[in-house]
Ligand binder design. Structure first.
Ligand code: 5GP
Length: 184
């Protein structure tokens, strides 16, 4: 049986997301950021975050899936839903749920840079720093987290738990030996 330990409460998350919104407001003062939410894990984070950014802004969505084994990422990113709008000459801020090895964001930033944005920055809610295997500049970070499997506040395990209002650690994962397509 799996069990869930609370890592950050709803109140702690809201406090930190508000602070991030204020940091982003300062960083983009006088500009109009274009926030790109990486579906599906970052959707709750984006919807809270934009309400704490006191600037005109636009949003778009990209859905990707990474092929991995169980709970681990392979970094091979497949675009399932591309952006609706061009990012050329825009101040793009990628909004992602979690950076783990960094492979997904490395791949994504390459795709984005090739489309000639004026500026490209990255905002992640969670940073599992100890697991990084590639060097990625992350401009805004919500929380540094331990090497545990995290669920809630948009993050899933096999599609479930996204609706939990807190961030939790899922213990006793039942991970089979089979490769499967993991949603992000
Ligand atoms: P990376 O390519 O940086 O290793 O992994 C990034 C992706 O792996 C994230 O977008 C997320 O989908 C998934 N991931 C990594 N760690 C966790 C975790 O602790 N919980 C959940 N739910 N997903 C994770």
């Amino acid at each position: 049986m799996s069990s869930i330990k609370i890592l950050y409460s709803q109140e702690e998350i809201q406090k930190r997301v508000r602070e991030l919104g204020e940091e982003i407001t300062k960083a983009y003062m006088g500009r109009m950021p274009h926030l790109v939410c990486i579906l599906r894990g970052a959707v709750i984070f984006l919807s809270d975050l934009i309400r704490y950014i006191n600037l005109p802004l636009t949003i778009d969505f990209m859905a990707v899936s990474s092929y991995g084994r169980g709970t681990k990422s392979s970094g091979v990113v497949k675009i399932i839903k591309d952006l609706d709008e061009s990012i050329e000459n825009r101040d793009v801020l990628i909004v992602e749920d979690i950076i783990d090895t960094g492979l997904t964001l490395e791949h994504l930033t390459k795709i984005f840079k090739a489309r000639n944005p004026r500026d490209l920055k990255v905002c992640v809610l969670l940073d599992k720093e100890s697991r990084r295997i590639v060097n990625i500049d992350v401009d805004f970070i919500g929380f540094k987290v331990p090497d545990e499997f995290i669920i809630g506040y948009g993050l899933d395990y096999n599609g479930l738990y996204r609706n939990l209002p807190f961030l939790g650690i899922l213990d006793n994962l039942e991970v089979g030996g089979e490769s499967f397509e993991k949603t992000t």
